[in-house]
Design a protein around this ligand. Structure first.
Ligand SMILES: Cc1ncc(Cc2csc(CCOP(=O)(O)OP(=O)(O)O)c2C)c(N)n1
Ligand SMILES: [Mg+2]
Length: 546
């Protein structure tokens, strides 16, 4: 008969988890012992729990399955709150497995170490940033509780919380079942699909817009099929950048409103029907829209619901909707006779000369590199590096584009590398690197060799563009490249286009250790995309101020 620990780990694996990330502590030591000795799931420890959360989140995003963090009670669990909040905002199904005091400790009458206000404060905090929770204090009900919570994580593509009292780890329990996925009511699904087909059929200029949920539910291929069947051009949102990498025939670019490619912006804003699949209606996706949605001609499928006009179909999973629309659509039909904008042209052909580097040069150099060597999965942090990522040809990308929390980039790249065995390209600014970049020191023991592009402008530049008068945005130059060898990697500084191109080639050829390329940039210089974003935001604020 399994124990609570082995049943939980096997249950995570049966629900799609492929690894876990964590940092042990005395309240989780018994479980961590089983993690290590059972070998049910590969595990990776990092140096600080925020990184553990970011790594698990990115692993979930890249594999379209559950990410798992295992942390100790209190100090460990509270350290992962921000990463889980970001996962919630961006609909990434991270399972938080947190240690907790045992039954006898709870009644000892003493305040426990790592306890905040009450012993259950940890559960209370995670209730706010997870869609379902379970406290495994009763071996008789624990398997069903685990199954319920893991199904919630998969169905909602949101984080969940599982609390493991440390005196329950070895309790014998039944195996954790895998509960059947709850599908759409067939009649509601048929009615909804029929309504959408009619709406699209009446339209002359329909457009499909896609965002993160089509990756979370592994729908990219089916969505591309649907677009071909319906002859719909597809545009990604800012958050959805990197989606449909394998479907360049349907993809027409990324919608960035007034900050984006004008032809793509016109395609979306002049559409007479919009099919929004998995789209988060957030400011980073739509704050720069020059035209508000006309809900009479707009369909939004997200979070197991479908809104059409001003009515909603509840409990209608997006995967069922996409399948139903594909079934209704006729055979592949040639894209409607429309003049579609050319695919966005990304900067390429960087002349490797002694010109000092500007942020957008990095995009051109990376596009040239990937043209020569093939695609690499990318992660990006918050900062101008994320806007440079918008200038890199559509390659799979994990970045906190909506939640916008710094510190994500490097741990996320480590998570992708550890989970998938692929070699990621990590884009990060100096400010964000100061937060979590040191996690690169963990690459050596796991044999990971990411390539890190560190944008060093000795500045919180994204803040400076909005408040140039503030001197607190001036950072000092930490000379990060010089520290790379001590962390087990290779580091070099580049200041010209020639140096960057050569360093990238050397990094591609260098295997077995991380390669950190410190790109020296002047304060005040930003990418073209960030400059357009700032202009767009300022004019949007002026319009609102009226
Ligand atoms: C956890 C957290 N704390 C503060 C902030 C606020 C912020 C948003 S952008 C930024 C500056 C980033 O500096 P960096 O050097 O990394 O990149 P760049 O601007 O290109 O120079 C800050 C401090 C956010 N978003 N998240
Ligand atoms: Mg900076």
């Amino acid at each position: 008969m399994p124990t609570l620990a082995t049943a939980l780990l096997q249950g995570l694996k049966d629900h799609g988890a492929r690894e876990l990330f964590g940092i042990p502590g005395d309240f989780i030591l018994p479980l961590f012992k089983v993690v290590e000795e059972s070998g049910i799931l590969p595990y990776f420890t990092l140096s600080h729990e925020p990184a553990v959360g970011f790594a698990a989140d990115a692993a979930a995003r890249y594999q379209s399955t559950l990410g798992v963090v295992v942390v100790t009670y209190g100090a460990g669990a509270f350290n992962v709150v921000n990463a889980v909040a970001g996962a919630y905002a961006e609909r990434s199904p991270v399972v938080v497995v947190a240690g907790a005091p045992g039954a006898r400790e709870r009644t000892s009458g003493l305040l426990l170490h790592h306890q905040a206000r009450s012993i259950d404060t940890q559960l209370a905090v995670f209730r706010e940033i997870t869609c379902d929770q379970a406290v495994l204090d009763d071996p008789a009900t624990a398997p069903q509780a685990i199954a319920r919570v893991l199904r919630s994580a998969r169905e909602r593509s949101l984080p969940v919380y599982i609390e493991v009292p440390r005196d329950r780890v070895d309790a014998p329990v039944a195996p954790v079942p895998v509960l059947p996925r709850r599908t759409a009511d067939p009649d509601a699904l048929a009615e909804c699909a029929g309504e959408i087909a009619a709406l699209l059929g009446r339209a002359e200029r329909p457009v499909m817009v896609v965002d993160v949920e089509i990756r979370r539910y592994g729908l990219e291929e089916r969505v591309a099929t649907l677009a071909r069947r319906l002859g719909l051009p597809v545009v990604t949102t800012f958050m959805g950048r990197g989606l449909l990498q394998a479907a360049p025939d349907v993809r027409r670019g990324t919608y960035l409103g007034s900050a984006g490619d004008p032809a793509v912006t016109r395609l979306v804003e002049e559409a007479d029907a919009l099919l929004l699949l998995g789209v988060i209606l957030c400011d980073t996706n739509f704050a720069l829209s020059e035209k508000r949605f006309d809900w009479r001609h707009t369909v939004l499928a997200i979070d197991r619901g479908v809104r059409i006009g001003h009515h909603t179909y509840p409990e209608l999973p997006i995967e069922d909707l996409v399948d139903a629309l594909i079934a209704r659509a006729g055979p592949e039909i040639a894209a409607r006779p429309r003049t579609l904008p050319p695919l966005e042209d990304y900067p390429r052909g960087l002349v490797a000369d002694d010109t000092p580097l500007a942020p957008s040069d990095v995009a051109a150099a990376v596009n040239d590199l990937l043209d020569r060597h093939g695609p690499l999965p990318m992660t990006a942090d918050i900062g101008d590096c994320l806007f440079v990522a918008m200038e890199i040809d559509n390659t799979a990308l994990a970045a906190p584009g909506y939640y916008a929390g710094m510190g994500f980039g490097v741990p996320a790249g480590i998570g992708v590398a550890a989970a998938t065995g692929q070699r990621p390209l990590i884009l990060v600014g100096d400010g964000a690197f100061q937060m979590t970049g040191w996690e690169l020191g963990n690459c050596r023991r796991y044999g990971l060799d990411p390539i890190v592009l560190l944008f060093n402008n000795a500045s919180w530049e994204m803040l400076r563009v909005f408040q140039p008068e503030s001197r607190f945005n001036d950072l000092s130059d930490w000379n990060f490249a010089a520290m790379a060898p001590a962390l087990g990697g290779h580091g070099e500084r580049v200041a010209t286009r020639r140096e960057l191109a050569a360093a990238l080639e050397r990094a591609i050829a260098r295997r077995g250790m991380f390669s950190l390329i410190e790109v020296m940039l002047p304060r005040g210089a930003t990418s073209r995309t960030l400059a357009r974003f700032v202009t767009g935001l300022k004019s949007a604020r002026d319009r609102q101020a009226g």
